[in-house]
Design a protein around this ligand. Structure first.
Ligand SMILES: C[S@@+](CC[C@H](N)C(=O)[O-])C[C@H]1O[C@@H](n2cnc3c(N)ncnc32)[C@H](O)[C@@H]1O
Length: 364
């Protein structure tokens, strides 16, 4: 990303509440790609252990929460290769899922066109399902293998706005309790649907954005700068206080205990087994590069681009619908400049230490 990318295009910004489309997320999601790599080994092992489909039936593999697909090609390619070491001629169906407003066109262009695409393997077919993973996606027992990377921390909805913040991790009191309750019911719904869809012996590898038991998710510094950038737009009159009040990033980073709770007992534990789990901490690669090169402008652009790709659509969806494209572009541009200045002024405070929980789940 260059400095001119801090300026928005004249087009109306995405208000869909998902990742930035048009391939932007795929090009600005290297942190998410790095977490994914943590799970590849478990995905390959699971692919080598799942049951074989009957006779000439294809193997169904799901990629849950795919965004633009940029970080899906490698895990899908690896899963297919690991499975086929045992059953080389098996046809494979890969279904990428995401919410309906996801940019599936960008995903299919990438899957079709990329040199790295698993579609270059023979006998592999690619599909998509535009439906929340908090709903049923596949018929009973149809799914053999699932992969979900850095997606299940997106909640089905935020129960109420977070007072004086946009990041749920800062919520306190009853607002926080409501977020924890929503996170619990979303996670249970996700697991219950997968329990119905997975074949006995089928496996699901989930990489979930997590937080430490002392409540640190690692993004607090950056999110504070984001909120300060937005409040300065309210102060200069370009953003309405009401719009800022509505802005929330609808995520909840679960603790290891919150991820593991449904497997400890109750109906989900009867059908699903948590075979293993591990916590990983990923230092900020953008900050590591900055420490090496001292290039504050490159660091600023990388951080602002990352935030744009993953979180800006959630913010801009709270703007008044009456705002026209050039007005939106002015707000977005001012926000990115303000955030960029803050990041460049205090690079260490903007750096994020990402916590990820990796879960290997089996259908009993
Ligand atoms: C940070 S991106 C991760 C994308 C990709 N898996 C990766 O590793 O880079 C999170 C994705 O989860 C999707 N997502 C959020 N809530 C979802 C839901 N309820 N159902 C399906 N996908 C969802 C978002 O739309 C987004 O594309």
């Amino acid at each position: 990303m260059g400095a001119k990318d801090l300026e928005p295009s004249g087009e109306r910004q995405s208000t869909s509440g998902v990742m930035e489309g048009g391939g932007y997320y795929a090009a600005h999601s290297s942190p998410q790609e790095a977490y994914g790599e943590f799970g590849f080994r478990w995905l390959e092992e699971a692919a080598g252990e799942i049951p074989l489909p009957e006779a000439d039936r294809p193997l169904l593999v799901a990629d849950l929460g795919a965004a633009g697909g940029g970080n899906s090609l490698e895990p899908m390619r690896r899963a297919i290769a690991a499975y086929r070491a045992r059953d080389p001629a098996r046809q494979v169906e890969v279904v990428h899922t995401d919410i309906p407003s996801n940019d599936f066109s960008a995903l299919f262009k990438l899957v079709e066109g990329s040199e790295r695409s698993y579609l270059r393997l023979p006998g592999v077919y690619s599909y998509a399902a535009g439906r929340s993973f908090y709903e049923r996606l596949f018929p009973d027992g149809a799914l053999f293998l699932g992969w979900s990377s850095i997606a299940v921390h997106w909640l089905s909805q935020v129960p109420e706005p977070i007072p004086d913040q946009i990041y749920p991790g800062f919520a306190a009191g009853s607002v926080r309790e409501a977020l924890v309750a929503r996170s619990r019911s979303d996670w249970e719904a996700f697991l219950a649907h997968r329990a119905a869809e997975l074949r006995p012996g089928g496996r699901l590898i989930v990489l979930g954005g997590s937080r430490r038991d002392d409540d640190v998710s690692g993004a607090e510094g950056l999110m504070t700068m984001v909120y300060e950038s937005l409040t300065s737009l309210v102060a200069d009159g370009s953003l309405k206080a009401e719009e800022l009040r509505r802005m929330t990033i609808p995520t909840w980073n679960r603790t290891a205990g919150e991820f593991a709770a449904p497997f400890a007992g109750g109906p989900l534990a009867e059908s699903l087994e948590l075979r293993r789990r591990t916590a990983k901490v990923l230092p900020d690669a953008f900050f590591a590069a900055f420490e090496k090169t001292g290039d504050a402008a490159a660091y600023r652009d990388a951080v602002v681009g990352f935030f744009h790709a993953a979180f800006e659509p959630s913010l801009w969806s709270a703007l008044d619908p009456g705002r026209d494209a050039s007005n939106m572009a002015a707000i977005v541009g001012a926000f990115r400049r303000g955030l960029g200045e803050r990041v460049a002024a205090d690079p260490a405070a903007a750096s994020c230490t990402w916590h990820v929980e990796i879960l290997d789940i089996a259908r009993r």
